[in-house]
Design a protein around this ligand. Structure first.
Ligand code: AMP
Ligand code: GLY
Length: 422
């Protein structure tokens, strides 16, 4: 097939890598891709979605996969569908599940899906009154997309009120914060659960755990994610069953009733409290770094899974997952997540150990290529991904690979998957 992948991160690289390893040969295009995706296919640069759809028609693109949330919220899927192209991802209406926390919370409430008690408001006094009746910590969330920064966990009522006022006045997140959600704090452990959906049918992937804070032991500021592993032993059949019955099915039914059937990746941010899965949030795309371990764990060809997802045929697919564990360690640049860093050349040692060679790979994210050399260009640069028959084996291999990859200022967490190994 001719396949187009939208996005430029490690997530999109890992989707391309998995497709490039399939038995069937494919031509892969990335828009815009990164300095390493050009080794898996062809990078193109057409930012306007209407022009991109025309290009896709002219170039007989048979499947388009959208990685990040912004183009989904902006309606790229709607534009591709108007052009009779096959595209895997939600419409802009369905992408409101991520684009607006107020919309998401109201869907959860309307369809009785377990979530933290909340109010949504645009009014400071209403927020203050609700906060006065809560116990701390108190969670305050900006409605719109804030690049992962729109959630404040306040340790006092004053701090919660300050966060609410700063958001409502527009001073902290502009328009994205002029509507807010204030909700109770959930104390438990977090899971990332992904359902591949075609509007009616769905397939659930093995549950993963992300590591959002920059420092070991979950310290320091939030990042896009510093590492992930799957499947996590913290989830059991009972939790999967509850997530399917109480969350996925009512959400798919509900979105159909809303006139916005959900097609694409439903990323369910779950907090498990006393063995009960409570929904923190929905995203409408793969998590990054979760995608980088889930793609290689799939035995089912990724292109087939997404094609069937895009053409309402998931009921005809039996999904197969490898009987292995995966651990991904993010290697970020020195100043991440505060500021950008100077470009630095990436050197990967020749890997002679067969065990490492056969059970690891690199997923490239923030990289550029010049004169055949790869440079770290800041943010999350790459991920060292390891596989094994246990989480420990997978983790040890991922860290062994980390030792073979060098660039100035490289920064990693050394405790990825600790929750599963304590
Ligand atoms: P969100 O963008 O809604 O996923 O929030 C970002 C992170 O904040 C989540 O991954 C959680 O770690 C944390 N968080 C969000 N809402 C809550 C909550 N109600 N209780 C506890 N932690 C939360
Ligand atoms: N890893 C979390 C996210 O992609 O939002």
């Amino acid at each position: 097939m001719n396949i187009l992948i939208l996005g430029s991160g490690g997530r999109e690289y890992s989707i391309g890598l998995a497709i490039s390893k399939e038995k069937q040969e494919h031509n892969i295009f990335f828009m815009p891709g990164n300095g390493a995706t050009s080794d898996l296919g062809t990078n193109i640069n057409i930012k306007d979605y209407n022009k991109l759809a025309l290009w896709a028609k002219e170039n007989n693109i048979e499947l388009t996969i959208v990685g990040p949330e912004a183009p989904l919220v902006d309606g790229v899927v709607d534009i591709f569908k108007e052009n009779n192209l096959t595209v895997f991802g939600p419409s802009s209406a369905a992408a409101q599940l991520e684009g607006s926390k107020v919309y998401m919370k109201n869907i959860l409430k309307k369809y009785n899906i377990p979530t933290a008690a909340f109010i949504e408001t645009t009014n400071e006094k209403e927020a203050y009154d609700f906060i006065d009746n809560m116990t701390v910590p108190i969670v305050v969330k900006a409605d719109g997309l804030c690049a992962g920064k729109g959630v404040i966990i306040a340790q006092s009522k004053d701090e919660a009120k300050q966060a609410a006022s700063d958001m409502l006045s527009g001073s902290s997140f502009g328009e994205a914060g002029t509507s807010i959600v204030v909700e109770e704090f959930l104390d438990g452990y977090e899971l990332s659960i992904f359902a591949i959906c075609d509007g009616e049918n769905y397939k659930v992937l093995p549950a993963a755990q992300d590591h959002k804070r920059v420092g070991n032991g979950d310290t320091g500021p939030n990042t896009g994610g510093m590492g992930a592993y799957a499947p996590t032993p913290l989830v059991n059949d009972d939790i999967y069953k509850k997530v399917e019955e109480r969350v996925i099915k009512p959400t798919l039914d509900g979105m159909k009733k809303e006139g916005a059937p959900f097609e694409g990746v439903l990323f369910i941010g779950v907090m498990v409290v006393n063995n009960e899965p409570i929904i923190l949030e929905y995203n409408v795309r793969f998590g990054d770094p979760e995608c980088e371990i889930l793609m290689p764990l799939l035995e089912t060809p990724v292109s087939e899974l997404f094609y069937k997802g895009a053409t309402k045929q998931l009921d005809k697919l039996e999904i197969k997952i490898k009987d292995e564990f995966g651990v991904a360690v993010v290697m970020a640049s020195a100043n991440y997540p505060y500021s950008s860093s100077e470009p630095a050349e990436i050197i990967v040692d020749e890997i002679v150990d067969e065990d490492i060679l056969n059970n690891t790979h690199i997923s490239y994210a923030g990289v550029s290529k010049e004169d055949g050399k790869l440079f770290a260009t800041g943010g999350r640069v790459l991920l060292c991904v390891g596989f094994g028959n246990s989480i420990k084996e997978a983790r040890d291999r991922a860290y062994a690979l980390c030792g073979q990859v060098h660039f100035a200022g490289k920064k990693i967490r050394t405790d990825i998957a600790y929750q599963a190994l304590k």
